[in-house]
Design a protein around this ligand. Sequence first.
Ligand code: NAI
Length: 217
Amino acid sequence: MNDKKKISMAVIRRLPKYHRYLQELLDKGVMRISSKELSKIIGFTASQIRQDLNNFGGFGQQGYGYNVQELFLGIQEILALKQTYKTVIIGAGNMGQALANYPWNQTSGFEIQALFDINPKLVGLTIHGLHIYDIETLSDYIQENQINVAFICTPKERAQEIADILSKTSIQGIWNFSPIDLDGLDDIVVENVHLSDSLFVLSYLLNEDADEESERR
Ligand code: NAI
């Protein structure tokens, strides 16, 4: 979608939350919602919601609110969730196996095809119906199977060398779980995941001064 380029990343980062709550509304059979009602359940202000959704235009009508189905499908399209991405997981340890076990393709187009590891004890095994291949075969596998995306789940010391291999393939995107910033991936989009960022915020909230907390809320 050409429109995608014009939408700020701040808005894009809020869209998955809209998508999640709209899915819930659809599951409950809610067909229409005002920005005020949406604000109550989502936690963004009504004006923020109107501003965010105005970016795409045509979803809301004065006095009617939003058509939940239309909005859901619109956001799904903007996030390209219907597009298929053939995906591999690199590093078949705790994180890699946990990711392999999750049905990502039920809510998005990421279809896990295989895992790769360096450990001979893991190579050759099948977990959750997916084969674990030797990391040595990664480039060939990507080329032969037209893989679009890689999830990196190796120890941080190994992640850059994996990125170097991927940079020479046709991979388009990386979901990086290793806690380092990867270099040399100019033509590949990278999304870093840091669960600990969220955990540290929880730690802060658990220790927040009671007065400050009531002020903030
Ligand atoms: P793990 O040790 O269980 O698994 C790592 C796997 O990578 C092992 O099976 C190992 O054999 C494999 N490996 C090592 N070198 C390799 C190479 N060159 N090529 C292919 N495979 C290779 O570790 P765990 O717990 O699964 O963590 C994986 C990564 O995820 C670590 O970098 C860790 O710091 C990170 N992590 C990230 C989190 C986040 O929020 N982003 C949360 C927890 C872990």
